[in-house]
Design a protein around this ligand. Structure first.
Ligand code: ADP
Length: 682
């Protein structure tokens, strides 16, 4: 059947030049499932306007019509175009048909019908529009036809239409099916858009990322555009909705798109002057939208298109720069999305402006609906990707914050530890300082006590000395008085006088020696001495009674020392005097001089009562007088001077032993080296 018709059509095309078009006979299967294209049955004529309609419908200019091969017609200037075709149906074909024409930026369309055999002015039809598509590329125009078995010729006048093509016929049920499909797609699209919008608003509230708000705003405008075409179509199927409102919504859509893309790529921070450009674009679109809403849609729609094109071109350039110059490859997904949006939308706009003949879509609303769903999908992927990145960033920043907190905690612990150690250190220092001060204080207290004791001793010494002076002086005085008395023997008196004088002399010598020893370094008059002579000299100072008690043992060889003769004499004399003094009246005193290990040793032993064990150390202190002293005279200087004199000669004085059988003291003095002795002798 269709082969026969095609052959017929071919013949018609060949015979069409200058002749009336052949009748297109429509069978029951034609246009029943999908639209039947009829470009071959159509003739075209460019030029004549509305005023020529009557002439055209009368058939007077049928010869001027030329065959139309289906190419896009440009009918946007002058008087527009006329299309002419003749239709008839088979008896078994249904009478209700629809004529469809695809147009870009539709102006005015008028269909005239001239039944065969009449020359009457035909019935004028206005098209019914069921675009169900808010895009601006193609609009499908439908004319309802009632075909008879007898042929009718149709004249279609197209004016102010940028482009028109796709003349086709559909049976009523095919038309219904197509419309239902479009309505379904549109409803699905609306549902998806609405769901995405709500989801984005939830994301925005949840993640506080304004990208979701931007995308939500974009989707909200998309919802409004859906509603713009669905709501009027629900009431009056052939109505498309208010065009001013559409102009306003389109401008709003462009605004939302620009803002979303700017936010997606962070133009504000990524591009110098990016924020300004975005603001300018938004402002221009808002002004255009406002103008459209105020009723200037027809005058402004071209500028809306230009603003859209400029925005898309700018977005594409910026994205390309970010991607290829700044190498920000993580923006690849959003870049694909923006490219798809910009290319499809841009090409559609160019077609709508009449600058390109064909775009990616040849005008099926179905394709556009599919494209819109793909948009949504890509946008959703982009937003999901962005969400994933945000989540990752959040996790990273949380981890960083945790690390930071842990590091700060460690630092704090270190600092606390350090401070604690410092505190311990300073505590220890403080404790040692306190200890030191306590010791110093104790030292001071003991020094004070010593000082007090010495003062006390000094006081005692002075009283002692005055007593010591008084006694021998009284003795001397009494002896001198008694010596003049008659009958008094002079000898024992003289001995008494001599002892008293000896005591006084010893006292004075000891005082002088102490005085010299206070500054021993300057006043020591050292010379080589033979200790035998020193001992001899000391013994000789005693009276005859004392000398008898002294048993001395001197070596044959000299015991030479380097010393102060006067001081050494004092030391030996004091030892001898103590030995005599603290022994019974007849007790012997042994003096022995020996040499051992480079030292001369003088041992003085007595047969006295000894020294109390607790006083062995103290007897060498200045002014100390022990228990053994009893009531015997003394100053407590003897042993003190002896030990000081020994030390001044690099020697020592020590108590060897002391007990009930007597005491033994030892004076040690370094011997002179043999060669120096030689020198002395010579
Ligand atoms: P002084 O004999 O003038 O009291 P010394 O310094 O010579 O002072 O002696 C100090 C003390 O040591 C004496 O008071 C005495 O108690 C004791 N002392 C010294 N030599 C002897 C000794 N040979 N036997 C017993 N006690 C002695």
């Amino acid at each position: 059947m269709s082969f026969v018709r095609l052959a017929l059509l071919g013949l018609l095309v060949l015979a069409a030049q200058g002749a009336a078009a052949a009748v297109l006979q429509l069978g029951p299967a034609d246009g029943s499932r999908q639209a039947l294209g009829i470009p071959g049955s159509v003739q075209q004529l460019a030029g004549p306007g509305d005023s020529d309609a009557a002439e055209l419908l009368s058939g007077a200019r049928d010869a001027d019509f030329a065959p139309y091969a289906g190419q896009p017609l440009r009918c946007d200037s002058g008087h527009g175009c006329w299309l002419r075709f003749t239709l008839a149906r088979d008896a078994d074909a249904p009478p209700d048909w629809w004529l469809r024409l695809r147009t870009v930026r539709t102006g005015t369309l008028t269909l005239y019908q001239v039944p065969q055999g009449t020359r009457a002015t035909g019935l004028a039809h206005t098209p019914r529009q069921f675009p169900l598509n808010w895009r601006y590329v193609d609009t499908e125009q439908f004319f309802e036809l009632t075909l008879g078995t007898a042929p009718s010729t149709y004249y279609l006048h197209i004016r102010d239409v940028v482009s028109a093509d796709g003349v086709s016929l559909l049976q009523e049920r095919a038309f219904d099916r197509q419309q239902r499909r479009l309505a379904t797609l549109l409803s699905v699209s609306l549902g998806v858009t609405l769901a995405l919008m709500v989801l984005n608003l939830v994301f925005w509230r949840w993640l506080r990322d304004t990208l979701f708000l931007h995308f939500g705003a974009f989707l909200a405008v998309a919802v409004l555009l859906h509603l713009w075409q669905i709501v009027p179509a629900m009431a009056t199927p052939e109505r498309m909705g208010d065009m001013s409102l559409r102009g306003g919504l389109q401008a709003l859509m462009q605004t939302a798109t620009v803002l979303f893309i700017a936010r997606l790529f962070d133009f504000r921070h990524q591009l110098r002057g990016g924020e300004r450009a975005v603001q300018a674009c938004v402002l221009a679109n808002l002004l255009l939208g406002l103008g459209s809403l105020l009723g200037h849609q027809a005058a402004l729609e071209t500028w809306v298109a230009v603003a859209d094109l400029a925005g898309m071109a700018g977005a594409l350039a910026a994205v390309a720069w970010l991607l290829f110059v700044r190498q920000q490859w993580h923006l690849a997904w959003p870049a694909v999305l923006v490219t798809v949006i910009a290319l499809t939308s841009g090409l559609g706009r160019l077609r709508w402006l009449g600058l390109v003949e064909a775009g990616p879509d040849e005008g099926l609303g179905l394709t556009w609906a599919a494209v819109r769903l793909v948009y949504m999908l890509l946008l959703a992927i982009t937003v999901a990707d962005r969400t994933r990145r945000a989540e990752l960033q959040l996790r990273q920043s949380r981890r960083r914050a945790l690390d930071e907190a842990q590091r700060a905690e460690r630092l704090l612990e270190d600092k606390v530890r350090q401070r604690t150690e410092e505190l311990h250190g300073s505590n220890a220092r403080l404790a040692s300082e306190i200890e030191r001060r306590r010791e110093a204080e104790a030292g001071l207290v003991s020094a004070l006590a010593t000082e007090r004791r010495i003062l006390q001793q000094q006081r005692e010494f002075v009283s002692l000395v005055s007593h010591e002076f008084r006694t021998p002086l009284a003795v001397i005085d009494a002896a001198a008085q008694s010596m003049g008395l008659p009958g008094v023997e002079a000898q024992p008196r003289l001995a008494k006088i001599r002892r008293a004088v000896h005591r006084l002399r010893t006292l004075v010598v000891n005082c002088l020696a102490e005085d010299r020893l206070r500054s021993a370094a300057t006043t020591l008059r050292r010379e080589p001495l033979d200790l035998r002579a020193v001992i001899g000299g000391a013994v000789a100072q005693f009276g005859a009674q004392e000398r008898e008690r002294i048993r001395w043992q001197l070596p044959a060889a000299a015991a030479s020392v380097h010393g102060d003769a006067a001081l050494l004499d004092v030391a030996v004399h004091n030892l001898l005097q103590n030995a005599l003094k603290y022994s019974p009246a007849q007790g012997e005193v042994h003096v022995r001089l020996a040499q051992e290990a480079g030292h001369a040793v003088v041992d003085v032993e007595d047969q006295g009562g000894g020294i109390a064990p607790g006083q062995h150390e103290r007897i060498f202190e200045r002014y100390f007088r022990g228990d053994s002293a009893g009531s015997t005279g003394g100053t407590g200087l003897g042993l003190f001077l002896g030990s000081q004199i020994a030390r001044a000669h690099d020697g020592s004085l020590a108590l060897l032993r002391s007990g009930a059988k007597g005491s033994a003291f030892r004076l040690r003095l370094p011997l002179l080296p043999a060669d120096e002795i030689q020198e002395i002798r010579t």
